[in-house]
Design a protein around this ligand. Structure first.
Ligand code: SAH
Ligand code: SF4
Length: 410
């Protein structure tokens, strides 16, 4: 588990900030720009409009199909243009501050993105979960969250800011880099890894933050992730999870076209108001109506309803019955999530027997209801355990800070 230090004190916080001079992003990164933006950026650099589209296609393939991060290796682009591109843009990856591997093979990366303008660097957690038939990458959309679901660790971290499309997409690029999903750039034949052999086969927007409060950037990143000439992830393998930002649900289906997951967690407004406070704004009935109308929803493309199992709170058979009643006429799957504890959390996970009873009831009523096996709990990588922020320090930084406080630091 990562070391942490309590930085509630503003002076200490400043001292730490001085200890780690942030690398400022000087040039725009091409990762995260859509084709139109990239073409405009190339034109602004002096590439004639007619040529810009063709250049975008070339660069697109180098960066998304082959995973290159150096312009000089783009062999179908002339030398002069390559160096001009390098002068104006970057393909730099974020710093990987920490990589943890759980005893069950789950990996968690803490990535540090350089500051935007006058802001601070931000740290983001991304989790990779290997299973026998798939490899799922859990991507963050915000640093912190404005919502305060009572069972969620991320909800205790105030929103620092929305991630840019570059930062959302970069989490996928870094995971593919680290897991060997791009062709080996140093091999003689940098052959592609066939999609069946790739480590990342699915992505879920289930990391830190509420993706529908960062709709534009998440949309842009997911459209690039599913672009057929690049990263080529099928939209059926991309799932966006929302706590229920109703006004953006239809747009998610229309404009992104990915699979939808809803963090339901309660079957009546009274309890949901308490544990998923966005419910005070958008009630269960309104949320389920948006689900019924989700563009593209069908029995072959069901909505997943996530339901965290909290002992004595929402796990009774009455709740199970109510859940089945509520979801009538919605093509749905139910995903029961054993509650993952975190330091200071006020809940307990339901007993295994109770989870099975609950699952058996919803199964008997026609819903596939897999119980999500908790993964990566030992490295705080499981659902709802993510929390980055600068409160987390590496040993070196902590020691340096202590030295500084003792008057020996520089
Ligand atoms: N903000 C989005 C997506 C991120 S959370 C959302 O709320 O849907 C991903 C899933 O993990 C959500 O269903 C969330 O409710 C659930 N979750 C949060 N904290 C949890 C915890 N401690 N144990 C189990 N699941 C949790
Ligand atoms: Fe935010 Fe989702 Fe956690 Fe709720 S469950 S606090 S919406 S990240």
């Amino acid at each position: 588990m990562a070391l942490s230090i309590d930085l509630t004190n503003a002076e200490t916080r400043d001292a730490v900030a001085r200890l780690q001079p942030a690398k400022v992003a000087e040039k725009p990164n091409l990762i995260g720009m859509d084709r139109t933006e990239m073409a405009a950026a190339f034109e602004a650099m002096g590439i004639p409009a007619k040529q810009a589209r063709m250049r975008v296609s070339q660069v697109w393939q180098w960066i998304y199909l082959r995973g290159h991060d150096q312009f000089e290796k783009m062999s179908n682009i002339g030398k002069d243009l390559r160096s001009k591109l390098a002068d104006n843009f970057t393909l730099d990856r974020p710093e990987i501050v920490e990589e943890q591997i759980s005893s069950d093979g789950t990996r968690k990366w803490l990535m540090r993105f350089p500051p935007r303008g006058a802001g601070n660097p931000v740290e983001v957690e991304t989790v990779y979960i290997p299973e026998s038939d798939r490899g799922t990458l859990c991507i963050s959309s915000q640093v912190g969250c404005t919502l305060t679901c009572t069972f969620c660790h991320t909800g205790t971290q105030k929103l620092v800011r929305n991630l840019t499309s570059e930062e959302v997409l970069m989490q996928l690029i870094v995971a593919r880099d680290r897991l060997g999903d791009f062709p080996d750039k140093n091999a003689d034949n940098d052959a592609f890894i066939p999609s069946g052999d790739r480590k990342v086969t699915n992505i879920v927007m289930m990391g830190m933050g509420e993706p529908l409060y960062n709709f534009a950037n998440v949309k842009k990143a997911l459209l690039i992730a599913s672009d057929g000439e690049g990263l080529s992830l099928s939209k059926r393998r991309i799932t966006l999870s929302t706590s229920g930002v109703v006004p953006f649900i239809e747009r998610t289906g229309e404009e992104i076209g990915c699979m939808l997951a809803i963090s339901l967690h309660a079957t009546n407004d009274e309890l949901r108001d308490e544990i998923v406070p966005i419910n005070k704004k958008y009630k269960i009935a309104e949320l389920l109506e948006a689900c019924r109308n989700y563009p593209g929803v069908s029995n072959a493309k069901r909505i997943t309803f996530e339901y965290v199992m909290l002992k004595g709170v929402n796990d009774s058979l009455t709740d199970a019955k109510e859940l089945v009643r509520l979801l009538k006429n919605i093509p749905a799957k139910i995903n029961l999530i054993p509650f993952n504890p975190w330091p200071g959390s006020a809940y307990e996970c339901s007993s295994w027997d109770q989870i099975e009873l609950f699952a058996d009831f919803v199964n008997a009523n026609g819903y596939a209801s897999p119980i999500r096996t908790p993964r990566g709990r030992d490295i705080l990588a499981a659902c709802g355990q993510l929390k980055s922020e600068s409160e987390r320090l590496r040993i070196r930084e902590r020691l340096a800070l202590e030295a500084m406080v003792a008057g020996h630091g520089d």
